[in-house]
Design a protein around this ligand. Sequence first.
Ligand code: GRF
Length: 203
Amino acid sequence: MTRFGVLVSGGGTNLQAILDAHSDGRLQAEIAVVISNRKKAQALERARAAGVPAKVITHHSFPDRQEFEQALIERLAEHQVDWVVLAGFMRVLTPLFLSAFPQRVVNIHPALLPAFPGLDGQGQAFAHGVKVAGCTVHLVDEGTDTGPILAQEAVTVRDDDDLESLKARILEVEHRIFTETLQKIASSELVLEGRRARFVGTR
Ligand code: GRF
């Protein structure tokens, strides 16, 4: 069975959606370990409540990014992780980390990429006045939110939306498309042709 390691930094509602999908059988994979770079992340409590090993590796404890990433790699390897899931993980990963999990790091971004990459995708989209917002599940490469797209879904912006109401509707969709995509990763083969990604067959 595919073993996912989940990296988090904050509240962890996407992690919760993943844990829920795992416990009710919609996600047939192992959640091997959850690692936070912040001690106070609520995501850690969510992992512990679900009986998943929850670890803290703070970036402050290392002299540089490379050593921080090396520690992450070692901990993920200890838990025999096949795929790394970024669920609100707020550190940029370098080629050192990515080469340990080639084409096996997946992220959720709260905007329709390639529009509005980087921090606060929903806020950027809202401020731009878009009529269609949304979210994207993508493989992580060396750029910021530039890797091949695995799934996307649009969310219509309503005239009476404020940023908070829009964020809430995007987040609901994030939870669904992220868990569905992880199930595809666990149950089929991911084929990449250039930037185009598709899932084929079933395992
Ligand atoms: C989500 O909006 C996700 O798209 C972004 O970070 C946020 C994490 O939220 N990458 P949560 O910690 O899963 O609640």
